[in-house]
Write a protein that binds this ligand. Structure first.
Ligand SMILES: [Zn+2]
Length: 443
């Protein structure tokens, strides 16, 4: 017998070629979708729990392909600064001097709450203290790819960079204890903060285990110039020479790409995480997403950390991505609403190597789904659900969130997290963080 039946909804499976299902239903057995269909003369499947989702739109949960969860602490602490100043004078000192495992854990729980509230069911995170992030996400019930962050500099939790790979490998190995929802892997911060041997070793470590490998790539013009100065090569060609580019590598940002760089990413099957809000806020630039898609590169959307965004709202990323590439190219046909919704769901799952699990509502896949409340002024009338989801909907329109058959949000209330406790911890830590911030030398 079916465990849960969600019925009487508009269902978007987001499977290519599948139309919206009026009076649709989704049946869930255990952690998986067992049936998707439309109410008709044959009646509905029997179920232990029935949810009448009248006025709701059911779709696959969103996939956030790039985040730094504990950075929720630094939201709004240092805005409107050049990237270099922002990093050198604020973010690095705060990470080294103030952050600790306990704070990373609470920051990650705050991120989990925000992600769930906004309909994200799968998130890829790369940061220091990844074991704490993993613990928080596991507790929240999210599907997550959690990566231990590496830089060849003294870092939070790894004061001696020579311990980088050992710490990362231990983190990956201990991932076996975390079940099906969590993948544990490695995130090298960038080609300018990690040396060639670190990049090669970290990539080898993940490749032999069939794990995705993340790094920031071609985010800013300064990065490009720095790599060129050091190696005589563009970042893509440099990494390719190290053997780092393949179908398991996720290049985050991918802004400063020539035609040649784009051909190289396509040839190697590299995946791209597009983070438009962060790129705009830090004035990094505009990633050539339509050109990458035309070359067959798989692209997903990411929020980046809350310090450079400043929220973890993937609806904002969809809305911006759909508009940004239009104005940048003076072409209103660039990145259509269905294309953008695919980036935030199915394509995001492909970026993370999770297409067997998530990204579409199809029998056999995990029951990772959300319900959006359509009965609201800004979503009325409904001509085209794709248009509404990309151009009009907001994170707060999400009312229900399920991951692997388990409710994480019910009628707008958290089912796995204690919001009052999280908010209390963050409020209590904020004073201390602000005092530490004030003690930093002014740039
Ligand atoms: Zn990032």
């Amino acid at each position: 017998m079916t465990d849960t039946l969600i019925h009487n909804a508009l269902v978007l499976t987001l499977e290519p070629g599948s139309p919206p299902l009026e009076r649709g239903y989704v049946a869930i057995t255990g952690s998986r979708i067992s049936a998707v269909g439309q109410d008709g003369p044959q009646g509905l499947p029997a179920a232990r729990e029935r949810l009448d989702a009248r006025g709701g739109l059911v779709l696959p949960g969103l996939v956030n392909t790039h985040c730094h969860a504990p950075m929720t602490w630094f939201r709004g602490l240092a805005d409107d600064l050049p990237l270099e100043t922002w990093f050198r004078d604020f973010i690095f000192p705060l990470e080294r001097g103030w952050l600790n495992p306990d704070r990373a854990y609470w920051g990650a729980l705050l991120a989990a709450a925000e992600l769930i509230r906004g309909g994200v069911t799968t998130v890829a995170d790369g940061y220091f203290y990844a074991a704490e992030v993993r613990r928080a996400f596991s507790q929240a019930g999210l599907r997550a790819v959690v990566a231990q962050g590496i830089v060849d500099l003294p870092a939070p939790g790894v004061p001696d960079p020579r311990d980088n790979l050992r710490v990362a490998e231990e983190f990956v190995e201990s991932g076996r204890d975390f079940g099906d929802l969590i993948t544990s892997t490695i995130f090298c911060h960038s080609a300018y903060t990690c040396g060639p041997e670190t990049l090669k070793s970290a990539k080898a470590l993940t490749r032999t285990r069939g794990l995705p490998f993340f790094l920031h790539l071609a985010e800013t013009r300064q990065e490009m110039e720095e790599i060129q100065r050091r190696t005589g090569l563009r970042p893509g060609a440099y990494l390719d020479g190290l053997g780092v580019l393949d179908e398991l590598t996720v290049a985050v940002h991918a802004v400063w790409l020539t035609e040649e760089d784009q051909d190289l990413l396509a040839l190697r099957g590299v995946k791209v995480s597009h983070c438009p809000e962060s790129n705009l806020k830090l004035a990094a630039g505009v990633a050539p997403v339509p050109d990458l898609l035309a070359r067959g590169v798989t692209v997903g959307l990411g929020t980046d950390g809350a310090a450079s965004n400043n929220n973890l709202d993937l609806w904002g990323e969809m809305n911006l991505a759909a508009r940004l590439h239009k104005v940048w190219r003076h072409d209103p046909t660039a990145l259509s609403a269905p294309q953008v919704l695919a980036l935030a769901t199915r394509q995001g799952a492909r970026v993370l190597g999770l297409t067997d699990q998530t990204g579409a509502l199809v029998p056999g896949k995990a029951a990772d789904l959300i319900i959006v409340d359509l009965n609201q002024p800004h979503l009325t009338p409904l001509h085209d659900p794709y248009s509404h989801l990309v151009y009009a909907a907001r994170a707060r329109d999400v009312r229900q969130v399920m991951v692997g058959g388990r409710w994480l949000l019910r009628r707008g209330e958290f089912a796995t997290l204690d919001w009052q406790e999280i908010a209390g911890q963050i409020r209590a830590g904020r004073e201390d963080l602000a005092a530490f911030g004030r003690s930093l030398p002014r740039p």
